[in-house]
Design a protein around this ligand. Sequence first.
Ligand code: SF4
Length: 223
Amino acid sequence: MRRLKKRYGDVFKYEREFIAYYVKKHYGDPFSVLVAVILSQNTTEKNAFEAWFSLERGLGRVTPENVLKAGVEKIEELIRKAGLQKQKARAIYEAAKKWFELEKAIRDGHPEPLLRIKGIGRKTVDVVMMSFGHRAFPVDTHIKRVVQRLEWASGNYKRISEKLKELFAGKEMEAHMLLILHGRRTCKAKKPDCAGCPLRDLCPYAGGLGTTTALTGPSGPGK
Ligand code: SF4
């Protein structure tokens, strides 16, 4: 963490690269955050932002009432830029319909009612829960790749998430954002920049070919 912070600086300054963080900071309510995270599924952050602002322009404010008033087809049209608009519009509409129950679930940190909505999966719920102060560690494709290369965690979503919660207890949000940033900028899927990586001497994958070339020395996520 220290090394990633040294490399990237204060991760919260990259707010326009993290839609959930941006929407939480500037709008603050759980419905907006849930919608933003749904928009960000399987697309780039840039597309998710465009869809968010289009939705906001179209609705005035992104509230359950306005979503229900607009209807699924209108939502679909407004969020087209995010892709998978049919599925996402349906999930947003269903969430608006059940908002009374879902809002309570978010407040109480209970994922189950959210997970019952088609189109809302574990990662989406974890981002929302983490954004509202509950202990969760969402694992996206960047985080999964980075921590597996570093051998900090492995296995399925649940195992990786639990391990990272344990490793970064109390700093989940910051660690989550730093690992994503690292995956996007340095530890890329195809060509990781291992030579320029601040974690190189901790990483068994350094060199990019999965060979054990880590230098000896102290290791661990805290370094
Ligand atoms: S050394 Fe290479 S593979 Fe390991 S974390 Fe850094 S960029 Fe990723």
